[in-house]
Design a protein around this ligand. Structure first.
Ligand code: CDP
Ligand code: CDP
Length: 230
């Protein structure tokens, strides 16, 4: 049928949200939107301009002026900020350590949520982040809260870093826990499971198993809506 829904996937760092959201979007022929990449883009540009994360007013202004675009690329999503491709600058340890402070700035969050809602306007979007089901798309037809044990999440991230990780597994686990804590404790739109979200613990599950389960939930939600409209 032609019924398309929006799917919100929230959860802590390393839970598998982006990996799985991309697969679900492919399976359903939906558009994938990585909201974390947008907060990382603001953070990377702020650092590049010599701003520190405490300069909230300056960063708020920056977020409001910055044109952020998400484009599909060969190996994942590309991010343009002010017209230039900054994808390669988004996943540095420096950005990792500052992104939660930047994301806690209310003006930054308001601007990003505006852009994200526009992207989801015509439905058929799989959006992953921290506040999608609770704040950005409270009417999403399917909401998933995806998590895994802290050690497993750190290990997944560590494996991605390859032969020159530039950090120990223990330090990475500490950094991730610190980021999760800041994301959960911030005042405006914190990381939180929506009451109507399905909870999915992916510890010990493969990427494909998780993606299949969410795709199936998505198809079921679509069928329910189509049946209700007959
Ligand atoms: O992939 P990973 O979980 O490491 O991070 P991400 O999804 O790229 O998000 C990076 C950071 O952006 C998070 O730790 C949050 O501080 C922030 N973020 C947010 O506040 N709200 C969102 N919807 C998405 C990300
Ligand atoms: O977006 P988020 O921070 O939640 O996680 P991610 O960027 O998708 O990274 C998760 C990493 O764990 C990727 O390297 C995946 O291949 C791996 N992984 C997973 O996502 N899900 C599993 N069930 C098992 C492993």
């Amino acid at each position: 049928s032609s019924h398309r829904i929006n799917i919100a996937i929230d959860g802590p760092a390393g839970a598998g949200k982006s990996t799985v959201a991309r697969l679900v979007a492919n399976a359903l022929q939906y558009i994938y939107v990585d909201t974390g990449a947008m907060y990382r883009a603001v953070t990377a540009i702020a650092l590049e301009r010599g701003l520190s994360s405490e300069q909230e007013a300056e960063i708020g202004l920056l977020a409001r002026e910055l044109a952020i675009e998400l484009l599909p690329g060969d190996d994942g999503q590309r991010v343009l900020a002010g017209g230039s491709d900054i994808t390669a600058k988004l996943r540095t340890h420096e950005v990792n350590r500052n992104v939660s402070a930047v994301s806690a700035i209310e003006a930054v969050r308001r601007r990003m949520a505006d852009l994200q809602r526009r992207m989801a306007d015509s439905k058929g979007v799989v959006m992953d982040g921290r506040d999608i089901g609770t704040h950005v798309l409270p009417d999403a037809e399917l909401k998933v809260f995806l998590t895994a044990s802290p050690r497993e999440r750190a290990l997944r991230r560590f494996k991605e870093l390859g032969d020159n990780p530039g950090i120990t597994l223990d330090q990475l686990e500490i950094d991730i826990a610190e980021r999760d804590r800041k994301d959960q404790e911030r005042e405006f739109a914190p990381l939180l499971q929506a009451p109507d979200a399905r909870y999915l613990d992916s510890t010990g599950l493969s990427v494909q198993e998780v993606a299949d389960r969410i795709s199936e939930w998505g198809r079921a939600a679509t069928r329910t809506i189509s049946a209700g409209e007959k």
